[in-house]
Write a protein that binds this ligand. Sequence first.
Ligand code: ADP
Ligand code: MG
Length: 521
Amino acid sequence: MEKRGSPDGDPARSLEQGPEGLEGPETPIQVVLRVRPMSAAELRRGEQSALHCSGTRTLQVSPPGGGPDVAFRFGAVLDGARSQEDVFRACGVRRLGELALRGFSCTVFTFGQTGSGKTYTLTGPPPQVRRAQGEGVPVPPNLAGIMQRTFAWLLDRVQHLGAPVTLRASYLEIYNEQVRDLLSLGSARPLPVRWNKTRGFYVEQLRVVEFGSLGALMELLQMGLSRRRSSAHTLNQASSRSHALLTLYISRQTMPPADPGEPPVGGKLCFVDLAGSEKVAATGSRGELMLEANSINRSLLALGHCISLLLDPQRRQSHIPFRDSKLTKLLADSLGGRGLTLMVACVSPSAQCLPETLSTLRYASRAQRVTTRPQAPKSPVAKQPPRLEIEMLQLQEENRCLRAQLGQIDPKGMSSLEAGVGRGEGLGLLWTQPSPPPLQPQGSVGLGWPGPSGISMGCYRSSCWRTRGSGRKRASCRVARPGPGMNSASWPSRSTSWSGASSVPATVPSHALARPHRVPV
Ligand code: ADP
Ligand code: MG
C-alpha cells in the first residue's frame, strides 16, 4: 500500500509549514491499528491468534482454513505487547494537540468490534470496585489511556506557553440516536443537533465547562464515564452502549496580538469512543440490549456509507449523507471537512473474531484514503474571501450615502416623490432631489436620483412591493448604471424597465401605487 500524505509522509508537518488561514493541503485520515492481547476467556477457550504484525506498519492475517496470508498496511501497527504509553506515542496525539493549540480542529476516534479494546485505548480499563467498601480502586497511571495522557500533556504545555489560554470541555453520548449531555447538572435530556453555516453541525444547549487544572478536567472525565451507558454481554463485561464525544475547546490569545482587538485562536481536540459493532447472535443481546445494538450498528453503517462515498471523487463533490445519523452529523467536519483526524482501529487477535476483524481492517483501509483539507480559522473578518470583503465595504459606503441622502429629504417633501409607472412593465420610485454623492453604480433598474448634469446617478438599491391583482410580491436589490443622457424626465421610463417584468400585469391600477413598501436600507 502506498505511503500517503505530504511528500515527507507527515501531513501535520506540511500543515505547520503551510500558510495559515488558507485552505490547507489535502490530508488523509491517519490510521493506527492496535491488536489487543488475547483475553483470559479467549485463552481459556483455547482460541488461536490469526494476526501477525510484520514490521511496524504491516499486519498479516492468516485465514484459519489455510491459504495465503492477507496483508494490511497502516500508519502504524501495534501488537498486544505494546503498552499504553507506546500507543500514545505512536498515535502522535501530541502533534494533534499542538495543531489544536494553533487553531486547528482535531479528532481522535477509536473504531472496532465490541470488546476489541477501544475504550481501554482511549481511557484505560474501568476502575475496579472493592466489593467490601463499594468504592472504586484508582486505575494505575501506567494503564491510563490516550485521553488522560493528552490531558496531562496539554495542561503542562499550556503552562509553558507564555500566552493566555482558556480551556473548556464538553462531553456527550449518542445513545439510541439521542444526544445526551454527560456533564449536565440535572438529568440528561435529549439535545437537538443543529446546523448553521459558521458552526456546521453542533449540539444545542450542550454544557461547556471551563477548567483550569488537570484535576478539574479529570473530574469531568470521571463524571462523564460514570454516566455513560454500559452493559455486560458475552464479549465484554463493560460494553459501551453509546458513542461518546469529549471535546476540548482551546482558546489562545496570540502573543503579541497583531492588533489589540484580535480575537483568540480557537482550536478543538475531540475524542470519540465509538460503541462497537456487534453481531447480536455472538453477544447474546436481547430486549433493550438488542435495541441498543441495532441502533449502534445502524449509525456505524451510516458512518461506513459516508466514508465510502467520500472516496468517490464525483460523489464527494455532490452529496454525502451526513444527516443520516447523529454520529455522522457530529463527525462531518472530521471526515470530510477542515479537521485533522486520527482513527485508532482496534481488533482482537482471536481467529474466532476473524470475520469482524476483517471487516474492521477493510473499514480502516478505506478510511485512510479519505482526505480532509485542514484549515485554522483566523479572525472572523480575515476569514472572509477578499471579494466578499470588498463587496461589504462597497455596500457600507452605499448605505452611508443613502442615509445621508435620506437625511436631506424633508418629510413633507415626500410629496415630491414620484411614482413611475411603466406601462406594461412595472413600477419604480423616483426622488427629485439634488445630486447625490458620486457613486459608481452598475446594473439596471431601481430607485434613483437624477443628477444635475442630466445624468441619473442611480444611487439606489432596494424596492419591494405587492401588485394588487397579480398577488405577486416584487423585489429587487440592485445598483444601476445610468444610461447616457438619462435625466429626471427620462428616468421614470428607464427606472421601470425591470427584467422579467412580464409577470407584472400590463396595466397597474392606481390603487396599487397607494402604498409602496420600501425595504429599509
Ligand atoms: P471495547 O470498548 O472495544 O468494547 P474494551 O476497551 O471495553 O472494549 O475492552 C474489552 C476488555 O478487554 C476490557 O476488559 C479491557 O480491559 C480489555 N482490554 C482491551 N484492550 C486491552 C489491552 N491492550 N491490554 C489489556 N487488556 C485489554
Ligand atoms: Mg467501549
